[in-house]
Each structure stands twice: as structure tokens, then as C-alpha cells.
Write a protein that binds this ligand. Structure first.
Ligand SMILES: [Mn+2]
Length: 322
């Protein structure tokens, strides 16, 4: 029996992989499973390459795109069973295209583990319960007052240790393994080392971003050129979230990459998708995510053109609001 589990390489994606494996594939763990990590912007190419055929293909916490729908339809003929599990708002309109051939678990809840928890039926044990809460907080939910500080330590250590290198499958497997053994990730030496290193980098990144940003009433815009965006690759999403919380604004972080411009948006007042849409209307590009967090990928354009257009379309209207 060959089973491929592809998951999003972020906090709720990894917890989703753990919970799914624990509840449905425990007997096959670890040697009977192939685990693979991906990110929404490259999921279609990764899955096309990896999904060569077998018994089951499981996709967890990956926002759908038209291209991904096509790849999954193709892959479905090579597997006995394909299961797609996701919570992203932007997947909603594409779900029905998948459904005839692929088993879909979809609901617009805070995180993919929360969706799994609702689907599982039998109650979660306390350890699983904490991790589902951790996933929700990683995805932007405000922790309930009186939450155990150790849960917040887990949020911090999972988020930061992954951000240190979000493509490192070996480390993600290490995290999943800790969870399968019901260990506390925030107490693990390797997790702690990576968390410390990531925090050091994050402090520097936040300083760079705040020193060079533009502010409107409820919006803050910041930029990274190609060398900086490479240097801080995994930390950009976390930094945008931190800035948004610190300033209580929607943060628009524009960065240059090798052959594209990527805009990361975080919003404490649930404006991320609106802003993505405004940007896509004027510059084109593909966006995905939800009200608190989204990103948009634009083709090869000069950073200055993108920045100016976002100033015109998003920041200026914001400033002139009564
Ligand atoms: Mn995710």
C-alpha cells in the first residue's frame, strides 16, 4: 500500500499532517508513508512531479488554484483514492470542480486541523486538542483569555522553527515525529535552536521593514528588494503578521523575487482579501488566502511600478477616506 501525504509547510499544515496520520494512517507511520511538503505557489508543480501513482494521495491545507485543480484531476486516475482537505476561503469556488473524482473535506474554519477535528467525530484527546488550538492561533485566531502559556510557547516554537527554513522536509518530519510521540515541541533541543536563530533574524527583518515603510490610516506598506527577500525568505509571512499586530494595521509587504513580485498581506481588521483584489484588479496576478492573511503573485514587473500602483489604488483612497 503506497500513500503520499502532501501538506502545506506552515504551522497549521504540519499539525494537519500529524492529526491526519495519527487518526487515519497510524499503522503505516513512518515507513509506509511518503511525506512531502509544499507551498501554495508551487503546489501544482510539486504535486505533478510527486504524484506518480499508488493507493492514496492526501493533500492537506493547500489553497486551490485552477492549475492545481487540473493537476489533481490528472493525478486522480493514478490513485485508488485522492483526498483533498482545506480551509482557505479562496478554494471555495473551485471545490465543485474537484468533487466528482476526489474526496473533498472543505469548510471555511480557522485552520485545517480544526476542520479535521470536526470531521473526525470521536473527541480529541487533550494533547490533540492543544495542537488544534495552536493551529488556530497560528492562523490568526486570538487566543482565549486564560489560555495556558505552554500552548503559546508551542505556537511560537512551531511557527518560528519552521520559518527558519520552510522547505526543510527533514525538519518537518522531525516535528511530526515529536507530535506522534505526544512530546512537547517547545521542549525539543533542535526546535529550540531553530526558534532562537529564527527570532534573531526576525528582529533584524522587522527593523528593516519598519525603518522603510509607508503609512496610511489603516494600512502600512513595506518593501524588500531581491537580496533582502532572499536573506529572510521563510520569515516574511511571520514578519508581516507581527507588523500588523504591532501597528494594528493591514500590512502590505511587497518583495522582489527572482522572476516575480510577491505581495504578502496581513490584516488585523480582516481586509486582506479586499486588498488582494484591489491589487489584482490593477496589476493582474494570482492571489489566495483568507480575510486575515493572503498573498498575491505578480509577474516580472519593476518593484517601483508595483509600489506606485499600490500607493495609487490602496493607500491614497485610504488616506482620503473621511
Ligand atoms: Mn496553512
Amino acid at each position: 500500500m503506497s500513500v503520499l501525504v502532501v501538506f502545506h509547510g506552515d504551522c497549521d499544515g504540519i499539525i494537519a499532517a500529524y492529526l491526519y496520520i495519527k487518526r487515519y494512517l497510524k499503522d503505516l507511520y513512518p515507513s509506509g508513508l511518503t511525506l512531502a511538503v509544499t507551498h501554495p505557489w508551487r503546489a501544482h508543480t510539486d504535486i505533478k512531479r510527486l504524484a506518480t501513482g499508488g493507493n492514496e494521495l492526501i493533500i492537506l491545507d493547500i489553497a486551490l488554484s485552477e492549475r492545481l485543480v487540473n493537476i489533481l484531476e490528472n493525478a486522480s486516475s493514478r490513485y485508488k483514492k485522492v483526498i483533498f482537505v482545506d480551509h482557505h476561503a479562496t478554494s471555495e469556488s473551485l471545490i465543485k470542480k474537484l468533487e466528482p473524482k476526489i474526496k473533498v473535506l472543505y469548510s471555511k474554519v480557522t485552520s485545517t486541523p480544526r476542520l479535521l477535528a470536526q470531521f473526525i467525530g470521536t473527541p480529541l484527546n487533550p494533547y490533540e486538542d492543544v495542537l488544534v488550538e495552536v493551529a488556530d492561533i497560528c492562523e490568526g485566531k486570538t487566543p482565549y483569555s486564560g489560555i495556558d502559556k505552554s500552548a503559546l510557547d508551542i505556537v511560537d516554537s512551531i511557527r518560528m522553527s519552521i520559518a527558519f527554513d520552510p522547505g526543510d522536509l527533514g525538519f518537518m518530519k522531525h516535528l511530526i515525529d515529536l507530535m506522534m510521540k505526544s512530546k512537547n515541541p517547545s521542549q525539543d533541543p533542535l526546535v529550540r535552536l531553530r526558534t532562537r536563530r529564527a527570532k534573531f533574524l526576525l528582529e533584524n527583518l522587522l527593523r528593516i521593514l519598519s525603518e522603510d515603510s509607508l503609512d496610511a490610516d489603516k494600512v502600512k506598506m513595506a518593501f524588500l528588494n531581491l537580496p533582502l527577500s532572499r536573506a529572510f525568505a521563510g520569515l516574511i509571512g511571520v514578519a508581516a503578521t507581527e507588523l500588523s499586530k504591532a501597528y494594528r494595521k493591514s500590512v502590505i509587504l511587497i518583495r522582489e523575487e527572482q522572476d516575480k513580485i510577491v505581495v504578502t498581506i496581513r490584516s488585523t481588521h480582516r481586509d486582506a482579501l479586499n486588498i488582494s483584489q484591489l491589487i489584482a484588479n490593477s496589476l493582474g496576478g494570482v492571489y489566495g488566502g483568507h480575510a486575515e492573511a493572503s498573498s498575491i503573485t505578480i509577474g516580472r514587473e519593476p518593484l517601483s511600478k508595483v509600489v506606485n500602483s499600490i500607493i495609487d489604488k490602496v493607500l491614497k483612497p485610504e488616506i482620503s477616506k473621511p
